[in-house]
Design a protein. Structure first.
Length: 86
């Protein structure tokens, strides 16, 4: 049962990255799903922090096209296994 919860967490994080225009290209190693989910969770927190800092520095609001372009230019690969979706 725990595996299903972890899988749902990974899928939720993939969706969260997609909302910022990123694609999760890595897959978890069998038996290491919890570690992979934590890696994605930590990376997403850092991405949100970077996004907020860049928004403040460049004066952008929300997830505008300009804000996402700046984020993608500054952070094309925010963490291992995640990249800008083309």
């Amino acid at each position: 049962m725990e595996t299903g919860i972890i899988t749902n967490g990974i899928l939720d994080l993939c969706g969260a990255f997609a909302a910022y225009g990123y694609l999760v290209t890595a897959n978890p190693v069998k038996g290491e799903e919890a570690t992979f989910e934590q890696h994605l969770r930590d990376g997403f927190r850092q991405l949100e922090s970077d996004f907020a800092a860049l928004a403040k520095a460049y004066g952008t609001r929300g997830r505008s096209k300009r804000a996402l372009d700046i984020l993608h230019t500054r952070r094309p690969n925010p963490i291992w296994g995640v990249e800008v979706a083309l």
